[in-house]
Design a protein around this ligand. Structure first.
Ligand SMILES: *Cc1c(COP(=O)(O)O)cnc(C)c1O
Length: 826
């Protein structure tokens, strides 16, 4: 929708300088994102860090002629002829006011979503559930701030039948503005969570502030099971319809009768408005997804979606991937992979992202795009728009995949180079695919087109020995273990020993992203590394050294305390820094006899010493099972638990604040979920190994290498040092660049174990050397350069650990640092 510049001036209450006729359709706040200069109005925003006024000369040069400013440039009429300046007191407020006025042009339902967690997932899923019957305009990605919300609302247009917008706040006072701009008719509270209070004094205060969004709505959707939310709703004077959902209270508008988790799906049976019964199955099992799907179901039913349609669409829900991944591709290409829902707004953002990266200088910019599904526009409107955008955003080569794009190929006539294919496989088999060279490629495809396969082929296969780490598998494992736990049970993820070999930093980022309550590492330095890499989660240090206390305090790392000597030294160090109430974790020795206070004899003394100082406070108390992985030790575990239960209760009763109690490790979670207490500690399970039965849940790490050289060795000859590898038949022997210095144990040599070459067993021949090993590939179809799996997706690490008569932990943690870790997720 276009507005005349006169109208904009009136709407935002500006003094207009310059007097050129103009219509504006695009609102810009970040000069780097400029796309359609003639129709753009730039708002020069001032923040603590930056001042948009600095970009006026550059934008003028690039063709922008309409500016909203707080300070009019000197000699503007000479320097900037034919230009409109709208002078306002506050540019941000003007932007918000423009969006607010724009919003008031629409008499349509608008959903406003707030909450601390899951806003974007709820928004995207509502979009997936409702867009088959309504034309929806929604916030791009997570545009939910004081700037993001007006930019989102500005996207409402004459086709829109429903708006869905997120509202995020970081301090008191902000929601009122967002409410005025979004003016939702339906309010949705996604999960409030119990996250850290940033700028609020309490969770209630934060909740109430968020609920300001619901002013003037006709209905509010919220969970009765979130206590704070339920209480705040109770005290809200509200005349609209309260649409609550609950697992616990059957008087909720949407009562969840049951939640049944299968391997990869969850089935939810419900009763709606006390009458209608229904159920749906969603393709996720984690708690967050389940809660968010229920929130979405309530909105959809309220908006008149039929239960059958709801169930059908729920089954097809797609994960919400927010990330634009950048990967090194083959033949000098860089791949930008955007698996976010494909629609024109997100295409615009992705193209903008591509242009902002420094690496397209001198290289061709290529867009590989699939048909855009469910856009709500007819294809003769949509694709010319896409073509226009691609051209304006500097795409030099366009590859369209899908029937709709192919039939609309005429729309792309202005692009220099363009190709169209019906399917991904047609493209893969073409010369266009083979000819990709030295380009920056943006891949954007609706999931059903199978772009995963395409990316797989395009990314650079690193020809070295690498440990590939599948971050999705980490999340899947996390969720698998979470499925044993109550919603409120907290989780510590153990990422000691550099994340059991997988690399602590990336694992920690992933876990933080999935909101685990604590991360635990062995020593302070590991904690510092995490902090320096942007990890803000709570971090526990399992083996604090006496020399590291200052570091602990400086980086907010919470130590384990296991002895009086450590306790006293820590208290003294904290007192010296003037610290009070520093959280620590008390370890009790219930049978491991490694570290910890004696729960039988030392509790009184421990409590007394803790109480006579105020420098540190016990945040949690814990112990560790010696044999939760085997039924053989069940009676011993029972004794351990009893000892712990009594001693930890004793500690708790000496203090007023809640002390978290925890004892279950990975195997314990599975074997004794009834002993989950307040928190559990997940270690090996995260990395996909079920130590109860030595099976792999979701494999995380795959150690791979490639064949360096192959040779024929006749029977009677030997291979390797000390002539150990006697060749009994004429053989083909391959050398691979991995040796004991990389963590390939020498004991695997001399045919004690094998690796996989093109899916077939290739035994190690002779002694494994420091940097190289030799394998027998006789009869296996292979060539130099082929990939070899040492352990991983197809060869469980437990095969190696069994041969070595050890546990998988040792094999995983022995992969040496010189082996490159490569992280991926789908
Ligand atoms: C390593 C460790 C864990 C994790 O054990 P897993 O068997 O790997 O789950 C839990 N607690 C403590 C104290 C640990 O040292």
């Amino acid at each position: 929708m276009n507005y005349s510049i006169e109208k904009v001036a009136v709407l935002v209450g500006a003094q207009r300088l310059g007097n050129v006729d103009a219509n504006v359709g695009f609102v810009l706040t970040d000069s780097r994102s400029l796309c359609f200069p003639e129709e753009t109005i730039f708002f020069a925003l001032k923040s603590d860090r930056n001042d948009g006024h600095h970009y006026i000369p550059e934008l003028y040069r690039r063709g922008v002629r309409n500016f909203v400013v707080q300070d009019v440039p000197q000699d503007y009429d000479k320097l900037y002829p034919q230009t409109n300046f709208l002078k306002v007191v506050d540019s941000l407020e003007a932007l918000q006011r423009l969006a607010e006025r724009h919003r008031s042009e629409f008499r349509i339902p608008v959903i406003g979503i707030t909450g601390s967690n899951g806003k974007t997932m709820v928004k995207e899923w509502l979009y997936q559930l409702l867009s088959p019957q309504l034309t929806v305009t929604r916030s791009p990605r997570s545009y939910n701030s004081q700037i993001g919300v007006p930019l989102s609302v500005w996207l409402l247009n004459e086709h829109t039948q429903l708006g869905i917008f997120e509202a995020g706040i970081s301090q008191p006072g902000e929601m009122r503005r967002l409410q005025e701009i979004i003016r939702p008719t339906i309010g949705v509270m996604a999960s409030l969570g119990d996250a850290h209070q940033e700028n609020f004094t309490s969770l209630e205060e934060k909740c109430k502030e968020k609920m300001l969004l619901f002013k003037d709505t006709e209905a509010i959707v919220y969970s009765l099971d979130e206590k704070v939310v339920a209480e705040c709703m109770q005290s809200l004077s509200y005349s609209g319809t309260k649409l609550s959902w609950s697992v616990e209270y059957d008087q909720a508008s949407f009562y969840v009768e049951s939640i049944e988790k299968q391997d990869i799906t969850t089935t939810i049976t419900y009763r709606w408005q006390n009458s209608l019964k229904g159920k749906f199955t969603l393709p996720f099992i984690d708690e967050a997804s389940v809660g968010n799907s229920i929130t979405c179901a309530v909105v959809a039913l309220y908006l008149g979606v039929k239960p059958d349609d709801l169930a059908r669409r729920m089954a097809d829900l797609e994960p919400v991937a927010m990330r634009l991944e950048v990967k090194e591709g083959q033949h000098g290409c860089t791949l930008i992979n955007d698996s976010y829902n494909s629609d024109i707004n997100s295409l615009d953002i992705a193209l903008d992202f591509m242009n902002r990266r420094p690496d397209h200088k001198g290289r061709k910019r290529t867009l590989i795009l699939s048909d855009i599904l469910q856009s709500g526009e007819t294809k003769n409107n949509l694709y010319p728009e896409v073509a226009d955008l691609a051209e304006k955003r500097g795409v030099e080569k366009f590859i369209g995949i899908g029937e709709a794009l192919r039939s609309e190929s005429d729309a792309f006539s202005r692009l220099q180079e363009k190709y169209f294919f019906a399917t991904v496989s047609e493209f893969i088999n073409s010369d266009v695919f083979k000819g990709l060279r030295n380009e920056v490629i943006l891949l954007k495809g609706a999931r059903s087109f199978g772009f995963d396969q395409l990316t797989e082929l395009l990314v650079n296969k690193v020809h070295e020995t690498v440990l590939e780490v599948n971050l999705n598998a980490v999340v899947d494992n996390l969720n698998w273990y979470r499925s044993f736990l109550k919603q409120e049970t907290k989780l510590v993820c153990m990422i000691k020993a550099d994340g059991y070999g997988a690399g602590a930093v990336e694992i920690a980022k992933t876990l933080q992203d999935h909101r685990v309550d604590y991360l635990a590492v062995a020593v302070a330095d590991e904690g510092v590394t995490l902090r320096k890499n942007g990890i803000t989660s709570n971090i526990m240090i399992m083996n604090p050294e006496m020399s590291s206390f200052k570091t602990l305090f400086d980086y907010e790392l919470e130590p384990e305390v296991y002895s009086f000597r450590l306790l006293d030294a820590l208290v003294k160090a904290a007192q010296k820094e003037g610290i009070t109430g520093y959280p620590v974790h008390v370890k009790l020795d219930t049978g491991m006899h490694r570290l910890g206070f004696n729960p039988k004899t030392e509790m009184n003394e421990l409590i007394a010493r803790l109480k006579q100082q105020s420098a540190i406070i016990p945040r949690s108390v814990f112990s560790h099972f010696v044999g939760s992985d085997s039924d053989d030790f069940d009676s011993f575990s029972e004794i351990q638990f009893k000892l712990f239960d009594e001693a930890s209760k004793m500690l708790q009763s000496a203090f007023d604040h809640k002390i978290l109690r925890h004892i279950d490790n990975s195997a314990g979670i599975e074997h004794f979920p009834e002993r989950q207490l307040d928190m559990c500690r997940l270690g090996l399970g995260l990395y996909g190994i079920d130590s109860r039965n030595n099976e792999i849940i979701n494999n995380v790490s795959t150690l791979k290498t490639t064949i360096l050289q192959m040779r024929y060795v006749p029977a009677g000859d030997t291979v390797g040092y000390s002539r150990k590898g006697k060749i009994e038949r004429d053989s083909v022997i391959a050398a691979i660049p991995i040796g004991y210095a990389d963590g390939l144990n020498r004991k695997l040599g001399n045919r004690h174990c094998y690796c996989l070459v093109n899916g077939q067993h290739a035994p190690y021949v002779g002694n494994i050397c420091m940097d190289v090993a030799m394998i027998d590939v006789t009869g296996i179809e292979c060539k130099e350069g082929d990939s070899v799996e040492i352990f991983g997706d197809h060869l469980p690490v437990t095969v190696l650990s069994d041969v070595l008569e050890t546990i998988p932990y040792e094999v995983l943690t022995n992969v040496s640092n010189r082996v490159k870790r490569v992280y991926y997720q789908d």
